[in-house]
Design a protein around this ligand. Sequence first.
Ligand SMILES: [Zn+2]
Length: 190
Amino acid sequence: MKNWHENCNGVWWLGNVKVVDPEAGRVFAGAVKVEGGRIAELREGDAPNGETVLDGEGLHLAPGLIDLHVHLREPGFEEKETVATGSRAAARGGVTTLCSMPNTQPICDDGSKVAFIRARAAEAGLCRVLPVGAVTKASTGDELADLGEMLENGAVAFSDDGVPVKSAVMMRHAMELCRTWDALIMSHAE
Ligand SMILES: [Zn+2]
């Protein structure tokens, strides 16, 4: 197989793959034409003769996957995972978008921490990292975090991840706020 990067420009085919086409609701053995870095054609069976073809035998080709619950561990637990290593693992597995959980150290519970994760993700440059902010400060359940500020800095949703928000009043308050912004809460219910 040729180096992928040598083939990123121009016209080439990825052949002999199982094409996953969610729009059409089917999976088929086929080939995909790439032109200028974009998909130009899907076809069943082999790529046409005489074209540059990368052999994708044994592989599935799907739109980038989205992982809604990822622990990137940075900051605080870099010995386990960083934004860069988690992004690399995701990209390797076909995941192009991931939602990072806030249970880092410190907990991702304000705008600057959301911005930090996004900056790290941009440095890694491998996939779209959408930070999930904490619902409550330090995820203790005692005081609502600044959800608005986190939204402004790119948080995609809110969760106290490993612990459920312990008070129904607090959760209701958070949900009412989120409704006004059309924002999302991902509750870790136990
Ligand atoms: Zn989790």
